[in-house]
Structure formats: C-alpha cells, structure tokens
Design a protein around this ligand. Sequence first.
Ligand SMILES: C[S@@+](CC[C@H](N)C(=O)[O-])C[C@H]1O[C@@H](n2cnc3c(N)ncnc32)[C@H](O)[C@@H]1O
Length: 231
Amino acid sequence: MNDAQPSPRRVYGRRRGRPLRQGRRLLTESFLPQLAVTLPQKGALDPRTLFPTPSAVWLEIGFGAGEHLAAQAEQHPQTGFIGCEVFENGVARLVGEIARRELGNIRIFADDARLLLDCLKPDSIGRVFILFPDPWPKQRHHKRRLVAPATLDRLASVMQPGAELRLATDDRLYLALMLEHLTGHPDFLWTARTPADWRERTPDWPATRYEEKARAAGRMPAFLRFIRRAS
Ligand SMILES: C[S@@+](CC[C@H](N)C(=O)[O-])C[C@H]1O[C@@H](n2cnc3c(N)ncnc32)[C@H](O)[C@@H]1O
C-alpha cells in the first residue's frame, strides 16, 4: 500500500450541473460532512472502520443519483456501503435519499473513485458495482474509460477472494472491451453460463436511471458478474 499522498488524476466525468436548489444545498452541507470518506494522509484505509459493526463493505463507483446504492443499503442493513461519485448533483440527491430513508450504512467519497482505490486496504471490499460507466465512444477519449486494466488491477487488489464485481452497460463497444479486459485478467472469473445470465439483472439488482434511459431509447443493457478469484 502506498504511504504517499494519492497521485492526482484527471477526472473526466461531469462534476457540476445546475446549481443546487437551496433546500438540497443546505441538506447536503449539513449531512455530507458526517458521511464523507476522508483519505488517510499515510497508510491504507480500512473501510470497516467507517461503520459501527459491518458484516461486509461494498463499493459503488459512479452511483449517479444513488438510487441503486440506496436500495442496496436498505436491503442489506448490516453491510457498509461506500459510494463514489464526482457529480455534485448526484451526491446531493443521494444525501437527500439517505436522510429521507434514514440509512445509517452509507458513506460517500465525492471524488474520483481511483483515488479511493489507491488507498483502500487490500482484501477489504466484498462487492463492487460499476453500473453504466461513461462509455467515451470517441477513439481519442478511450483513455478516459473507467473500466481499464489499471483500475481492474486496483480492484483485484482491494477485493476479497470470492467478492463479486457487477458491471452494466448499454454500449456494445464498451461491453466488448469490458469482456476483453476482464476475461483476460487472471484475477477475475466471469460467472455467466447462458445468455440469460447477462441479458437480465438478478432480482437483487435494482435498476438505475441509466438503465431506464437505455431501455427507453431501445438499447439492451448487459449485466456482467465476475468473481475475484482466490490468489
Ligand atoms: C453514465 S453515469 C451512470 C450513473 C449510474 N451508475 C446509473 O447507472 O444511472 C456515470 C457516472 O459515473 C460518474 N463517474 C465518472 N467517472 C468517475 C470517477 N472516476 N469516480 C467516480 N465517479 C465517476 C459520473 O459522474 C456519472 O455520474
């Protein structure tokens, strides 16, 4: 694990949208400091220390408006959840949802997920969700994609053996790339046996806004589940 400051990286997602409405801004200002994950100056972050007595810690990267994360947290009250999102309006929406549903098991990293991955203790995360990551379709933007070998290496390091990585996309080219990177990665095993295994979500996998947008536009999403192999 690195003892140094996290390396600065360029984030390509949207960080700011419309200015927050006053009520949402005030709610975010009062709740976010209690929920925010702060990276250690030195050493690794053990995510279990962020929660009172978690049975496991799960991570969602790019949670958008947070509807999937809030639903998972409600379904699994003993599990601690860390959500990463760079988009301010999405963070504010999730904060509102946490307050409304009185969810005590979510913490928020409102910055580039890769900075957190660089600091997390190895073998500390029990499940990871990356749902509809930005596909960056133009060739010159491909390097901006989140699902790339460097991120997968970091994920493999912080995920426990047997932990699940769930991915979704409605972009065919990104799907092909995800499969290429993940099936070629020594630490991940694809669980699909039949096409139904990746064409449909499992019942414990709530839909997200981007899935709804994709379906409304006639694009069929794919749902991928990989297991972190034991070393
Ligand atoms: C296409 S949206 C999908 C949102 C949500 N997962 C859904 O399915 O509705 C991708 C999200 O990932 C976020 N994002 C992109 N790069 C990120 C990064 N490096 N760290 C954290 N969030 C990121 C963006 O701000 C955006 O909200």
